[in-house]
Design a protein around this ligand. Structure first.
Ligand code: AMP
Length: 249
């Protein structure tokens, strides 16, 4: 079975995000970029399935600017077999990404798409669900455990208040949550090997998809600075402040 793993290039999770001076977006110039952490978990899960013999080939795909090649090389160094870059200067919205992925699914015919539950830049948490909807495939979102047998993926999902286990008839979409696994670090020999693995570049038009944005960002702003607290000397002082200043009692 072939696995398709979409990986997004995002601002590294250790970087303190800064808003551009003109409020038009988030500063990315000179900022460290990395693979979206949930996508690393998805790549790791795909590699483990291949190591167990449940998958035969892993295709990583990234949609974005030329530098997404670095993200794809990371996926290849972790164990993906080949990569596809859908090159665009736009920052495609989830529906456009889902349409591009659907076109790639039609071309590649994977048995499963394993992806992140959300990209940590825009926090959309939408692409996997939209892709499942477009394809009419089963979906196991927020996966913390995946088991495969006889054309069925048994997925444990992290839902509010507990865990839910669903059985998906393949082909299916799986979106990875934090506790699914701990991604490996690529070893130096694997990083070297990854340089020679195939990386194909195509345009959204080659897949027949228009990625023109449908949303306009009006303004991006920092969250308001939190007021610092005060220490009170006694319960009486606390009650007085709650009554006179906070006016909550
Ligand atoms: P989102 O719905 O934007 O939060 O993203 C959910 C998942 O969709 C991510 O974790 C990725 O696996 C995938 N994805 C979203 N945007 C892209 C992109 N530009 N390139 C590759 N994969 C993407």
């Amino acid at each position: 079975m072939k696995l398709l793993v979409p990986v997004k290039r995002v601002v590294d999770y250790n970087v303190k995000v800064r808003v551009k001076a003109d409020g038009s977006g988030v500063e990315t110039a000179g900022v460290k970029m990395s693979m979206n952490p949930f996508d690393e978990i998805a790549v790791e899960e795909a590699v483990r399935l291949k190591e167990k013999g449940a998958a035969t080939e892993i295709v990583a795909v990234s949609i974005g600017v030329q530098q997404c090649q670095e993200t794809l090389r990371t996926a290849l160094a972790m164990g993906a077999d080949r990569a596809v870059l859908v090159l665009t200067e736009e920052s495609p919205e989830p529906l456009a990404v889902a349409k591009l992925l659907r076109a790639l699914v039609d071309r590649e015919q994977p048995g499963m798409v394993i992806m992140g539950k959300q990209a940590i830049d825009d926090d959309m948490n939408a692409t996997g669900q939209m892709l499942a909807g477009l394809l009419g495939w089963a979906q196991g979102t927020f996966a913390s455990k995946v088991e495969l047998s006889d054309g069925v993926a048994t997925v444990t999902r992290e839902v509010d208040g507990g865990l839910e286990t669903v059985a998906l008839t393949l082909p299916a979409i799986i979106t990875a949550d934090l506790r699914l696994n701990e991604p490996r670090y690529a070893s130096l020999p694997n990083i070297m090997k990854a340089r020679k693995k195939p990386l194909e570049t195509i345009a959204p038009g080659d897949l027949g998809v228009d990625v023109t944005p449908r949303l306009t960002t009006l303004r991006v702003a920092e969250p308001p600075v939190r007021q610092s607290g005060v220490k009170v000397g006694s319960v009486a002082e606390l009650v007085a402040k709650l009554r006179a200043e906070a006016k909550v009692i």
